[in-house]
Every structure is written in C-alpha cells, then in structure tokens.
Write a protein that binds this ligand. Sequence first.
Ligand SMILES: [Zn+2]
Length: 323
Amino acid sequence: MHVKIPRVPLVATLVAVVAAAALLAAPAPGRAPAAAGIVRATATDQPETGRAPQTPTAPGQTTPPTVPPPGSTASGGQEPTAAAPAAPSGTVPGATPPGTRPPVVDHGPRTGNKVALTFDADMTDAMRYQLRSGAVRSYANLKIIELLERERVPATFFLTGKWVEQYPDVTRRLAGNPRFELANHTYGHLAFTPDCYGLPRIAEREMTADVARTFDVVAAYGGRQTRYFRFPGLCHDRKALTALAPLGVTVVDGDVVSGDPFAKSWRPVVRASLEGVRPGSVIVLHVTEANAPMTDEALPHILAGLAERGLEPAPLSEVLGVG
Ligand SMILES: [Zn+2]
C-alpha cells in the first residue's frame, strides 16, 4: 500500500464552520491529492504506554450487541513492546504491529480499477445536543445506506463511538452487510491537533484510550471489522500518531475529498468526488445527513461517474491491497 509521511494537513481551502454552538462536524480539508507512493518505515520509537484501560460497555446502548469477533478488539491496557506479538496483524485489515507509529495512507496502488467510498459518521457533544433539542432530525443518512444496499455497492464507514451509541440499530445494519467494512473515527470527534477547524481538543494523555475505546464500541457489532482509523478533520501530527502506536492501526486520510459537509448543492460534491479520482482512490464522504445534506443526492451521480470511468467501488481493504 502507499504510505506517506505523517504531517500536519495543509489547511488550504476549508469550509469555515464558525457556528457558534460549536462545530457540528469537521469539514474535510481541501488539499491536493498526495503524491503517491512514499513508503515510510514506521519507526519503533517510544510508543506511548500506560494508557488508561477503559472497559467500555457502551453506556446507554440499548440492545447490547453480541459477540465481538475474535482478534478485533483493541487490546485493553496492554503494554506495547517493540516485539509485540502480531496480535491482530494479518487477520484484521489495517492491523499493524502494536508499538510502532502507524502508517498514514491516502490511497492504494494506482493499478486495477478499484476505488473506496468511505463515509465518516461524526458525532460531537454539540451534535448530540442538536438532536436532543430537536433542532436536528438526524445525523444518520439512511438514504445513503439504502442506495448502497440496493445497488450492492461496497463501502467503508468510519464510525465515532458516540454515533454508534446514538444509532445502534443503524450500526447493526451496517455491520450486517457483507459489503461494508467498519472503521474508527474516534469516540467523540475531538481534535487531535491544536488547530483543527475549531473542534474542541482532546488531551494528549487521553488520545490512546479514546481510540481504543472506539474500537471496542464498534467491535461489539461484529461484521467486517478493521484497524483503519481516521482523525477528525484529518488533523494529525507526530504526537497524535505516536499516541496511536500501541493500538496497531493504519491511519487513512484519503486522496479525494468530496467537500460534502454543509454542501448546499449536490453538484460540487459530485465534481469534487470525480475530478481527481483514479484507480486506488479513497473518497471521503459523510453519512451525517444534517451536516452533509446533499450527499445522498450526490451519490447516484458519483456512482454513475465512477462507472463511466471504468472504476468500481470496493471495500477499503481491497483498495489498499490488503483484501
Ligand atoms: Zn469527521
């Protein structure tokens, strides 16, 4: 797979979300597709140890889901060592040796005709407040899911723990689809760098536990679990990546940013999704309905455009050459 040097994402064009109540979602940063294929050996430097072993039983979850699939849970508060056993490696897509700073991936090999549709499911406390106050109807865009199901389109969902807790039934539906892969988008969509679109920031000492907890929340639903992780707003720096070292993950940014958050029309979303798309591309979209209200309208056009270009959606693990 193609790996690039971790760096602070360029804050080029971005949708300024200065909504007072707080940012409802981090808009994806518009940036040029990354140059392909810089492989960076992930150094085995000082993994963050001693994370608080949380035992997340997903409080507030209505019907507790069943058995976690083997090998897919974040391994609690284990001390990572340089020679960590290849616990989930090789079995779970995206798994990397725990104790190494994770690779950051934008896209897969530029061969073949596969591309990945990835949908982020953000959920912040501010968003939950919007739901509870009735200001917002839904942050789960069922039209997207229905379309993907109907057309039998593979997709990968980057879920926040709070979104999963808000929508256990939808999560079960996603997990139950053999074409859908599940991935991690943090627990509460907090910023992992000092400046990330105004999102409230997570303390550095809490980063590891936050992401581990989210893996546990998602793992409980079974289905096609992965060790893929995406930072809110795609914001990461060396500290954030080091914090993930114990978890054995692959960080996935994406090379095609649809710009669907807060879109006013489906057309720009379609244009942005198709403009730079190539074999191996990872397209970043959102399934958050109220915060990405045009995505379901854009999706049929995106699918048609991909087909015209001879490109075929596939699960992320296949696009990255793992599956
Ligand atoms: Zn997000």
